[in-house]
Ligand binder design. Sequence first.
Ligand code: I22
Length: 339
Amino acid sequence: MPTVNLLEYLNSRTLVDIDTYSAEASKEIGHFQDATGNQLEMQAEIVKPSRSAVLKRSLALATTIHPQFANLSLEELAVEVVGIELALEVVQNVYGNVHVMINPSYAYNTEAIVANAKRLHLICQIIDPDFDTSRLVTKIPTTWEGMQAARQLKQSGIKTLATTLFSMEQAILAGEAGCISISPFVHELKTETYKGYKDSNPILGVCVQAQQFYRQNSLPTRVKACVTLSIDELIMLAGVDALTIAPTVLKELAATERPQEELEGMSLFAKTAKATEAVSYPSYIDSESGYRVNFAAREGGKAQFKTAQAISLFCDARTAVELYVKSQLEDSSYTPITL
Ligand SMILES: O=C(CO)[C@@H](O)[C@H](O)[C@H](O)[C@H](O)COP(=O)(O)O
């Protein structure tokens, strides 16, 4: 039976994105479509000795531009500068966009999210005036407030991705809000951060349904599935618009061959391609109570729980990054450079 390389197989059916803030990792394993990062990855990255120059540069810039953003603490601004600096490094190794998440502690505050996304764009222009900011996508938690922010940001020409997404209700809302893409978390984020923790209901099916919904309703939103926990799940999702994959898993895929026929038989998308009947869903964008009631009921309340849990884990990581940055700013050996 002819075998095929798993990375080549996925690449032939799906756009493959790299999930990292590590420029070294993205350089090492070659070019992918888009890059994405999050607060957990930022937390892991900035403590690396190899990142000390980026950190120093970010602290210096944050100190210089702080008067323009006086309503923010210096450390909050510095974390945003670090996020953009890391993003501008990894974007060198991808063909498409780079994704940066807004401060997750604003997940339930439309006004603060809009201001945060605009600030990230401004910081990006300050750091690299030549960078094409249409390649910068801001990641927004899929809350009601977040999606109202995405709707406003679209009017300002700022692209958004709906992250921490666990249900069709959120997928519909994100599509109607004009997000260019969504990140369904196949498993709860906690499965990545706590050894042995398991999600009893992974949402592979939502990835398929959401993509079908967008196509059937001519919405341009694309599905970028993430937080898969096995190679088999990635193979089952071949055919989704995009897969967001960590560098270690990309390497494993690149080193593995399996029979093509076996892989094709596993695809959830090939199976649904045969189902032609359109499913009808309610519209949510102008119906806050309708959205909230249906989202709260999804999975007996678990979709709402999973979303809140993921936001909270990202908030914890964000706080840790801020504390680290603050400790660096307070280090007596730190001398701000005027840029
Ligand atoms: O936020 C997004 C997509 O919106 C992703 O970065 C998502 O959080 C990640 O896939 C998960 O956190 C898993 O990341 P990792 O542990 O594989 O680095």
